[in-house]
Each structure stands twice: as C-alpha cells, then as structure tokens.
Design a protein around this ligand. Structure first.
Ligand code: ADP
Ligand code: MG
Length: 439
C-alpha cells in the first residue's frame, strides 16, 4: 500500500479512537505515526516511553476498535517508541526509567499563588540536583497537584541529564518492595536499588505511619542518599510533624530542606487549569464554560478535570455541541452524582419502560430481537454512563460474561453510526437517564 494511503488510514484511525473515547483522547495523539502496517497488525510509534505506557493502559481498546472499524479487518495494535518509520530499541531491562505520566510536565502545570513555592522549588531542583533544597517536602490535601509536580521534576531531570537514575514510586510501593525483599532474603538488592540513585522521589510518604520497620529502613535510605548529596523529594497529605506515629528523627530530617505547602487554587487559577486541560485534549472551550466549571468545582483539581470529562462525554453521547446549557445539565447531574452515581438499575428502568419489557426478560436467555436489542442498549448505556466493569454490567443482565458485553457495546456503537433512528433513540434514553438523576 502506498505510504500516503497508509498515512490517511492512520489519521482516520486516530480520529476514530479519539471519538470512541474522548475522555482519554490527547492532543499529542497527532504526533503518533505508523511504524509498521502489515494488514494484520499495526505498530504505532510514540514520542517516548511515557506515551507508550499511557496508551497501553488507557487506549488499547479504543485504538483496536478504531483500527478494526476503519480497515474492516481484525487487526491488532501495538504501541512502541519510535518515529519516522523506525522503532527505537527499548531500554535494556534494569535501565527502564520511572513510570511517568505524559501529561504531568511543567509545561502542563498552571502556576498560581496556591502552588507557586512548590512549583518554583521543583523547577530549581530539576536544574541542580541535590544542591538547592534537600529534601524537598511537598504537602497538601488530595487532588492539588503534588503527584503532577513530582512527575514533572522527573521528566525534566530525564530531559536534562541523560543517564540520571531516578526512582519515583508511591510510598506504598516502597513499603511493599521492602517487605518482598525481606521475604526473599534479598535486602542487599533492595539497598542497591534505592541507595544508589541520583534522585529518590516518594509520593504520599504519610503511608509510612505506623510502619515501624519500614520507617527504620527509610531512615537509613534517607541518610545514605543525603550524605552522598543525592536528591530526595517527598510528598504527603500533611506537614511532617502532623503525620501520625512518624518517628521524631524522620520528622526532623523531613524539615531539613524545604517544606512547601500546596493550597487549593484560586478561581483564576482554576479557570486557567480547565483551559489547559481542555487544550491537552484538543478541545475547544470558551471562557464562559471554563468559568462555569471553575465556579462549580472548587476544592479539588481532579474533580475539575472530571467535570470537563463529564461535559464532553455527554456532548459526544448526545452528539450536540458543548454549550453552557449542556455543561449545566452535565454538571448538575454530576453534583447529584457525588451522592448518588448513575446506577445500572437507573438505566435498566429507563430502557425497560421504553421498550415495555421486563427485567427478567433481559436477564433471561431469550434471543429474540425484541429482547436482545434492549439488552444490548442497556449494556451500551451502562458502559458509557457508569464506571462499572464489563463483568459487573454482565452480572446485572443475567450473568453474561465480559465478551458478550463488549460485543453488545460495539454492536450498538456501530448501529448508531449508520442509523439516525438509533442515534435519536440513544440520545433520548441518555437524556432520560441523566434527567432521572437530577430529579
Ligand atoms: P495530588 O497528588 O496532590 O493528589 P495530583 O497531582 O494527582 O494531585 O493532581 C490531580 C489532577 O489535577 C491531575 O490530573 C493534575 O494534572 C491536575 N493538576 C493539579 N494541579 C494542577 C495545576 N496547577 N495545573 C494543571 N493541572 C493540575
Ligand atoms: Mg498524589
């Protein structure tokens, strides 16, 4: 197949994958390329390892479905690092970098009064490792960007210092790896993993509370690194002296460097964050809607992002443009959702009423059109509007397995593409389910 044609097919696949799963779509998908396309499988080249990991974890099924729909063949997809038609050989085992989120960079971080100090100290550290603030201790409540900043430092170190060894992990991981090392009698291996790095970055260090033996181990790790001028960065949900049952000698060490608090963002910062997140996903968002979201969600940036996702998911499902009115419908539903999520029963209620069938029919083995269509629509809507797994959805509908649910979802998705009546029906049912939510 000529290269131009492969390129066009690939562009269509990426567009379709974005449409199938808008919440996980990112603007950098435009930087992906085809490395190999032999009809049965497609190797997709990604800018770096963090993009590969993101796609593997979040987008495998949307890309596979998109590729199958566009090519009309049962192709599989693989994500690898590479560009310009060439794959870049994977890092040899043991030299793999930390698992970084591709979105969590300094460029994608909005700086405001609430996080200025934390941000500035992270930038300073990434420019002169071990020399400015050591350790750096970031703290603040959940969803304010601590993990984002830790990843950003690591991205930046990797970019500036080729070959720098970084360990970035959650405290829980640290503790689990320590326990495993003891069980396997390989404490030396554990030491060499953590005491020989250029930077040790541990997220949610409050997890050390009440873990005496791990605190002891961490104390020695800390000393070894600190004494050889290696960088230590920690995050927690509270300042060192407020972490319950943390040994005094650790509290004092955590205070040796810089302790920076991250506060909830101001209204202006929240608007800028919403705009940044929309931009990352390649979405157009007008000021009115960004301001509306920033007013609705105040305390937690993760929820700000969730609001954006909800609005765009509703717009995609309804196939309507994002207007203030639609944003309101979506979020007011979501605010209620905070106390009560859309459940599979809400969906089943709406669907059984519309088709005038009984739940027991949907759960039965009957395979007549009048039953299979409403059953598949229930599965499709449950997949779109709830967070339930394929297994759970199948469980509510007569104990069907996940492949049946997956099949039903693609069947309905495909049906609506070519059928305006099906489209209108799904729009109507979605409205009814979300409105039932707000009642
Ligand atoms: P924490 O670790 O403090 O609980 P996270 O780092 O996981 O919070 O942040 C939650 C979400 O909010 C992430 O998607 C992150 O990208 C986003 N976020 C937080 N602060 C900012 C910011 N200042 N600019 C852009 N995104 C942010
Ligand atoms: Mg975090």
């Amino acid at each position: 197949m000529p290269a131009g044609e492969v390129h066009n097919i690939f562009t269509d696949i990426v567009d379709r994958a974005k449409a199938l799963d808008p919440a996980n779509a990112r603007k950098w998908f435009d930087d992906l390329s085809v490395l190999d396309f032999d009809g049965g499988s497609i190797d997709i080249g990604c800018p770096d390892e963090s993009n590969v990991r993101y796609l593997d974890e979040n987008c495998r099924s949307s890309f596979t479905r998109a590729a199958q729909q566009i090519t009309g063949h049962l192709v599989t997809v693989d994500f690898v690092v590479g560009s310009g038609g060439k794959m870049i050989a994977p890092e040899p085992a043991g030299r793999v970098g930390p698992a970084l989120h591709p979105d969590y960079t300094f460029v994608n971080f909005v700086v405001g009064p609430s996080n200025r100090l934390a941000h500035a100290s992270c930038v300073a550290i990434s420019q002169s490792l071990g020399e400015t603030y050591n350790p750096l201790f970031l703290y603040g409540t959940a969803g304010l960007g601590k993990t984002h900043l830790l990843h950003a430092v690591c991205h930046e170190i990797q970019r500036r210092l080729d070959g720098a060894v970084i360990q970035l992990l959650s405290c829980e991981d640290f503790v689990n790896r320590f326990i495993r090392a003891i069980e396997q009698g390989n404490i030396t291996g554990f030491h060499s993993q953590f005491r020989t790095v250029d930077a040790l970055v541990i997220d949610d260090i409050q997890f050390l509370r009440e873990r005496e033996q791990s605190q002891e181990e961490f104390f020695h790790t800390f000393n070894a690194l600190y004494n050889s001028g290696k960088q230590i960065i920690l995050s927690a949900d509270s300042p060192p002296n407020e972490i319950p049952s943390l040994e005094a000698r650790l509290i004092s060490r955590f205070n040796w460097g810089l302790v920076a608090r991250v506060d909830p963002p101001s209204y202006e910062t929240r608007i800028a964050i919403v705009q940044k997140k929309a931009h990352l996903r390649g979405l157009e968002i007008n000021d009115e809607i960004a301001e509306y979201i920033a007013r609705q969600v105040q305390a937690n940036i993760r929820e700000l992002e969730g609001a954006l996702t909800t609005i765009y998911a509703l717009a995609t499902t309804l196939k309507e443009p994002v207007t203030l009115e639609l944003a309101q419908t979506a979020l007011e539903g979501q605010i209620k959702l905070a106390t009560r999520h859309i459940s599979i029963s809400d969906i089943i209620d709406v669907v059984t009423q519309h088709f005038d069938v009984r739940l027991t029919d949907l759960q039965s083995k009957r395979r007549s059109q009048s039953i299979t269509v409403p059953r598949q629509i229930c599965m499709y809507l449950a997949r779109r509007l709830t967070k339930h797994s394929l297994e759970e959805i199948g469980g509510h509908l007569g104990g069907r397995d996940h492949t049946t649910v997956m099949h039903a979802c693609s069947k309905i998705a495909d049906a609506q593409e070519g059928d305006p009546k099906m489209q209108a029906l799904l729009t109507e049912l979605t409205k009814q389910v979300t409105q039932a939510q707000q009642a």
